[in-house]
Design a protein around this ligand. Structure first.
Ligand code: GLU
Length: 209
């Protein structure tokens, strides 16, 4: 179980995500990644195996990734080897749903088989990609929006998790859910932060939930 940081507001997200993830480095991790969106444009996902420094260099400390809404993750592999492919964020094929996840989905194999029968394919070995595609499945099946599709997925997922999710149809918004894994939300003037642990966002706000 490792680090999650999310940001949406008026500032550039990528430098904030990388800074926040650096505050969670003490937890140990094997890879890192960010997904950032500039308004309604397509989400940009950058991932790298190894230290956060690699991701920082790839993105010029975040300056190369434009947008004010994003999620970031440092991964401690539980399902699948440490690699840039298995690193988070994971996305549905059409990038309708993009998410990062801490924790373990115990019944991921069973869910993966069900989703495969419904036409989903999987690029990574992670349990996380299964959760992403399950949310996407419910989102499209019931057309009830982000909260209900995450809630439906949560009723099917067994295990512990903290999730941060972005939806193509909801630019500038981040949805989060958790069960037996920590996640906090920090709010300040027009800006919202999400993190799996306080040090990641302490510099920006002490107004946390
Ligand atoms: N189970 C997930 C994976 O292996 C998340 C691990 C974590 O908490 O970093 O990708």
């Amino acid at each position: 179980m490792c680090g999650i940081v999310g940001f949406t507001g008026d500032k550039q997200a990528a430098p904030i995500l990388l800074d926040g993830l650096s505050k969670l480095e003490y937890r140990g991790y094997d890879s890192a990644g960010i997904a950032v969106r500039n308004g309604e444009s397509d989400v940009e996902i950058v991932k790298a195996k190894g230290k956060l420094k690699v991701l920082q260099e790839m993105t010029n400390n975040g300056a190369a990734v434009n947008g004010c809404c994003g999620i970031g993750h440092t991964r401690w592999a539980t399902h699948g080897e440490p690699s840039s492919l298995n690193a988070h964020p994971h996305a549905s094929d059409d990038e309708n749903v993009v998410a990062v996840h801490n924790g373990i989905i115990e019944n991921y194999q069973e869910l993966k088989e069900k989703l495969t029968k419904r036409g989903y394919t999987f690029k990574s070995q992670t349990d996380t990609e299964v959760a992403v595609k399950l949310v996407d499945y419910y989102y499209k099946k019931y057309n009830e929006g982000p909260v209900d599709s995450i809630a439906r997925a949560m009723t099917r997922i067994r295990g512990s998790y903290a999730l941060c999710v972005m939806f193509k149809d909801y630019p500038g918004e981040i949805y989060t859910a958790r069960k037996d894994s920590p996640m906090i939300i920090g709010v300040t003037d027009g800006e919202t932060y999400v993190a799996s642990d306080v040090p990641a966002i302490l510099k920006y706000t002490r107004n946390v939930y």
